[in-house]
Design a protein around this ligand. Structure first.
Ligand code: ZN
Length: 142
Protein backbone atom coordinates (compact mmCIF):
# COMPACT_ATOMS: atom_id res chain seq x y z
CA UNK A 1 0.00 0.00 0.00
CA UNK A 2 1.49 3.35 -0.95
CA UNK A 3 1.42 6.44 1.24
CA UNK A 4 -1.45 8.05 -0.65
CA UNK A 5 -3.68 5.03 -0.12
CA UNK A 6 -2.66 4.78 3.51
CA UNK A 7 -3.59 8.43 4.07
CA UNK A 8 -6.92 7.85 2.38
CA UNK A 9 -7.63 4.85 4.58
CA UNK A 10 -6.93 6.92 7.71
CA UNK A 11 -9.23 9.74 6.53
CA UNK A 12 -12.03 7.32 5.71
CA UNK A 13 -11.64 5.58 9.08
CA UNK A 14 -11.76 8.83 11.09
CA UNK A 15 -14.53 10.19 8.86
CA UNK A 16 -16.70 7.16 9.58
CA UNK A 17 -15.76 6.73 13.24
CA UNK A 18 -14.76 10.13 14.62
CA UNK A 19 -12.91 10.04 17.95
CA UNK A 20 -13.92 12.42 20.72
CA UNK A 21 -17.26 13.13 19.05
CA UNK A 22 -20.00 14.70 21.17
CA UNK A 23 -20.28 17.49 23.71
CA UNK A 24 -18.04 17.67 26.78
CA UNK A 25 -19.76 17.85 30.15
CA UNK A 26 -17.19 20.38 31.28
CA UNK A 27 -15.40 22.84 29.06
CA UNK A 28 -13.91 26.31 29.24
CA UNK A 29 -14.61 27.32 25.65
CA UNK A 30 -16.76 26.37 22.72
CA UNK A 31 -16.74 27.67 19.17
CA UNK A 32 -18.76 27.15 15.99
CA UNK A 33 -17.29 26.97 12.54
CA UNK A 34 -18.79 26.39 9.13
CA UNK A 35 -17.61 25.96 5.59
CA UNK A 36 -20.51 26.95 3.33
CA UNK A 37 -18.61 25.93 0.18
CA UNK A 38 -18.78 22.29 1.24
CA UNK A 39 -21.61 22.36 3.78
CA UNK A 40 -19.41 21.42 6.75
CA UNK A 41 -20.52 22.48 10.23
CA UNK A 42 -18.70 22.00 13.48
CA UNK A 43 -18.86 22.93 17.13
CA UNK A 44 -15.78 22.41 19.23
CA UNK A 45 -15.55 22.10 23.01
CA UNK A 46 -12.22 22.69 24.70
CA UNK A 47 -11.33 22.37 28.36
CA UNK A 48 -8.18 24.34 29.10
CA UNK A 49 -6.76 24.28 32.60
CA UNK A 50 -3.43 25.69 33.72
CA UNK A 51 -2.26 26.16 30.12
CA UNK A 52 -2.95 22.51 29.25
CA UNK A 53 -5.62 21.18 26.90
CA UNK A 54 -7.27 18.82 29.38
CA UNK A 55 -9.99 17.67 27.06
CA UNK A 56 -11.46 18.36 23.66
CA UNK A 57 -14.46 17.12 21.72
CA UNK A 58 -16.58 18.20 18.79
CA UNK A 59 -19.88 17.79 17.02
CA UNK A 60 -19.59 17.83 13.26
CA UNK A 61 -21.59 17.35 10.10
CA UNK A 62 -19.99 17.40 6.73
CA UNK A 63 -17.51 15.71 4.47
CA UNK A 64 -15.07 12.98 5.50
CA UNK A 65 -12.11 15.37 5.37
CA UNK A 66 -13.64 17.87 7.80
CA UNK A 67 -14.68 15.18 10.26
CA UNK A 68 -11.44 13.23 9.99
CA UNK A 69 -9.38 16.38 10.51
CA UNK A 70 -11.32 17.30 13.66
CA UNK A 71 -11.02 13.74 14.92
CA UNK A 72 -7.26 13.52 14.38
CA UNK A 73 -6.76 16.97 15.88
CA UNK A 74 -8.71 16.01 19.00
CA UNK A 75 -6.43 13.03 19.57
CA UNK A 76 -3.26 14.99 19.00
CA UNK A 77 -3.92 18.10 21.10
CA UNK A 78 -5.27 16.42 24.22
CA UNK A 79 -2.78 16.84 27.04
CA UNK A 80 -0.65 19.37 25.13
CA UNK A 81 0.26 22.85 26.29
CA UNK A 82 -1.26 25.86 24.55
CA UNK A 83 2.16 26.70 23.04
CA UNK A 84 2.61 23.19 21.65
CA UNK A 85 -0.82 23.37 20.07
CA UNK A 86 -0.11 26.78 18.56
CA UNK A 87 3.02 25.36 16.93
CA UNK A 88 1.06 22.39 15.56
CA UNK A 89 -1.62 24.78 14.26
CA UNK A 90 0.99 26.80 12.34
CA UNK A 91 2.56 23.63 10.95
CA UNK A 92 -0.77 22.13 9.95
CA UNK A 93 -1.96 25.33 8.31
CA UNK A 94 1.17 25.49 6.15
CA UNK A 95 0.90 21.80 5.34
CA UNK A 96 -2.67 22.26 4.05
CA UNK A 97 -2.09 25.47 2.12
CA UNK A 98 1.17 24.23 0.61
CA UNK A 99 3.12 27.11 2.16
CA UNK A 100 6.80 26.58 2.70
CA UNK A 101 7.63 25.30 6.17
CA UNK A 102 10.62 27.29 7.41
CA UNK A 103 13.17 25.92 9.77
CA UNK A 104 13.65 22.42 11.03
CA UNK A 105 10.57 20.61 12.22
CA UNK A 106 11.18 18.01 14.85
CA UNK A 107 9.71 14.88 13.27
CA UNK A 108 7.33 13.45 15.79
CA UNK A 109 4.40 11.08 15.85
CA UNK A 110 2.09 14.12 15.85
CA UNK A 111 3.69 15.59 12.73
CA UNK A 112 3.46 12.20 11.01
CA UNK A 113 -0.24 11.99 11.84
CA UNK A 114 -0.92 15.51 10.53
CA UNK A 115 0.69 14.62 7.20
CA UNK A 116 -2.32 12.44 6.47
CA UNK A 117 -4.07 15.69 5.46
CA UNK A 118 -1.25 17.01 3.26
CA UNK A 119 -3.10 15.97 0.09
CA UNK A 120 -5.62 18.82 0.44
CA UNK A 121 -2.93 21.34 -0.56
CA UNK A 122 -3.53 20.18 -4.14
CA UNK A 123 -7.25 20.97 -3.85
CA UNK A 124 -7.77 24.59 -2.76
CA UNK A 125 -11.51 24.07 -2.28
CA UNK A 126 -10.83 21.39 0.34
CA UNK A 127 -8.31 23.34 2.40
CA UNK A 128 -11.05 24.86 4.54
CA UNK A 129 -12.56 21.39 5.14
CA UNK A 130 -9.29 20.35 6.76
CA UNK A 131 -8.45 23.56 8.61
CA UNK A 132 -11.91 24.55 9.89
CA UNK A 133 -11.70 22.56 13.12
CA UNK A 134 -8.19 23.88 13.81
CA UNK A 135 -9.32 27.47 13.38
CA UNK A 136 -12.24 26.90 15.76
CA UNK A 137 -9.91 25.31 18.30
CA UNK A 138 -7.38 28.15 17.90
CA UNK A 139 -10.08 30.72 18.71
CA UNK A 140 -10.66 28.85 21.94
CA UNK A 141 -7.04 28.84 23.08
CA UNK A 142 -6.13 32.38 21.96
ZN1 ZN B 1 -15.80 19.61 3.46
Amino acid sequence: MDLHNLYQEVIIDHGKNPRNSGELEQYTCTHDASNPLCGDQLTIYVDVDNNIIRNVSFRARGCAISIASASIMSQIIKGKTVEEVQFLFEYFHKLCTGEEINGPVHESEDIERLKVMSGVSKFPSRVKCATMSWHAMKKCID
